[in-house]
Design a protein around this ligand. Structure first.
Ligand code: ZN
Length: 161
């Protein structure tokens, strides 16, 4: 039986729980198909944690350092409501694009609103949290040389071309 390793095509479904609450999952219980080693690392840490696993059930709890990283308190800052576009919905949970002091684009999430004062967090979502993944690997197969060359899956769950 093939196990997950770099340049395998893995079809799996998963649920991500944080503090016991469902935070993410493969869409509507449908499996996702990834080319291992080429998929953008999303959701955080999962692809690496699947390495060496055969098809079947899995449950993995990743500490922050193996997932989205530690939560950096310096990335939590406050802004005034006037710094946001006038027509923007500035509410807890909304995300905005901004640039940091170095001019680098970042995504910030609104974590608190008190009057004119808006607290935003530019840490990656899930930073500082242990991530609990549970799911099933449906299949693992060796990628074709063409898939490795293209960096994506061909056929079921992938690119048709
Ligand atoms: Zn292709």
């Amino acid at each position: 039986m093939t196990e997950v390793h770099r340049n395998t095509v893995v079809r799996f479904e998963y649920v991500l729980r944080i503090d016991g609450e469902k935070a993410d999952s493969s869409p509507d219980g449908e499996p996702v198909t990834v080319l291992c080693g080429h998929a953008p690392s999303r959701p955080p840490g999962l692809e690496a944690a699947l390495l060496g696993r055969p098809p079947g059930y899995f449950r993995i709890v990743l500490p922050p350092e193996r997932a989205a990283g530690a939560h950096d308190p310096l990335k939590v800052t406050t802004a005034s409501r006037g710094e946001f576009p006038a027509d923007a919905r500035v509410e807890v949970g909304e995300s905005f694009y901004a640039t940091d002091e170095g001019g680098i684009p970042v995504t910030v999430r609104v974590v608190a609103v008190e009057g004119d004062r808006v607290t935003v967090d530019s840490n990656p979502e899930f930073a500082g949290k242990p991530l609990e993944y549970e799911g099933t690997i449906h299949s693992v197969r060796e990628a074709t040389p063409e898939e490795v060359d293209h960096g994506h899956v061909h056929g079921e769950g992938g690119v048709e071309h």
